[in-house]
Design a protein around this ligand. Structure first.
Ligand code: DBV
Length: 247
């Protein structure tokens, strides 16, 4: 069975390859592909986590973590981290299917949530796309308050009941957000002001630090693969900026 999110990943890589000049991004040994077993006896099953990563002149890391463990466990976490000399937002997609249902987070996550000129630059242009999709992808309810500063007003957060909604509506929204993101990348000019560069670095670190600290997948990965592998995966690949800056 092809995983629910495989078409999303295939589409994203093909689309980015077509429009940007992708170079490979090194994936630390042991993270490209990780297999584990969950459950016991007759209920035992395999969980496979695969990692994919690229970079470009403007994008520090384009990376995907894809978890496949049968119909009731499919996750694609796909994030683009811009280089620190641009003011680009992060592209953030957290596409999660668990036995309890689907949970979808899709956004261009801002460096400066409350700055009106930043919103004008990076939220206003995608507002029509957000509105077009939101009517089919209504607000998903309960959302951690401390995570709010990291999302834009055009945040799609939804819990579809039907898998077809994921395959059709979520996939369409994902494509539209990705293409709008690529337009932003193509239009981004390097930032030169020292003051602004410092603010960008702080905002990037704040984001990565938060996500590494609060990664909602930590529990799941620890159950599958143990805590040593999980912490290394989180800090050494998924949210690696702090580690890269220390090197
Ligand atoms: N989420 C990740 C990574 C994942 C991942 C790297 C590779 O950031 C998966 C895997 N997300 C994942 C899983 C769950 C969620 C949930 C497995 C379900 C956890 C569970 O129910 O056990 C957006 N993702 C969530 C939730 C949110 C997000 C709000 C609900 C859980 C919660 O209450 O925390 N994306 C997530 C988030 C940010 C983001 C919090 C913050 C900046 O970008």
């Amino acid at each position: 069975m092809v995983g629910l999110y495989q078409p999303f990943l295939d589409y994203a890589i093909a689309y980015l390859q077509k429009h940007l000049d992708l170079e490979p991004y090194p994936i630390p040994e042991g993270f490209e592909c990780k297999q584990g077993t969950i459950g016991k006896g007759a209920r035992q099953s395999e969980v496979l986590t695969t990692s994919t990563a690229f970079q470009t002149d403007k994008l520090r890391q384009i990376r995907a973590a894809h978890v496949q463990g049968g119909e009731g466990l499919q996750v694609l976490n796909f994030v683009i981290f811009p280089r620190l000399n641009t003011d680009l937002p992060f592209f953030g997609a957290d596409l999660v299917t668990l036995p309890g249902g689907h949970l979808i987070a899709l956004d261009m996550q801002p460096l400066f949530r409350d700055d009106p000129s930043y919103q004008q630059k990076y939220t206003q242009p995608i507002w029509p796309i957000f509105e077009a999709h939101q009517q089919y992808l209504p607000w998903g309810g309960d959302f951690p308050e401390e995570a709010q500063p990291f999302f834009s007003p055009a945040f799609l957060w939804t819990r579809p009941q039907k898998t077809e909604v994921v395959q059709e509506r979520v996939f369409a929204a994902f494509q539209d957000y990705l293409s709008a993101y690529v337009s932003f990348v193509q239009g981004a000019a390097p930032i030169e002001s020292e003051e602004e560069l410092l603010k960008i670095k702080q905002a990037q670190l704040r984001y990565v630090h938060y996500r590494a600290e609060k990664d909602p997948a930590r529990g799941m990965f620890t159950r599958f693969y143990g805590s040593e592998w999980t912490e290394k995966y989180i800090h050494g690949f998924l949210f690696d900026l702090e580690q890269k800056m220390r090197e």
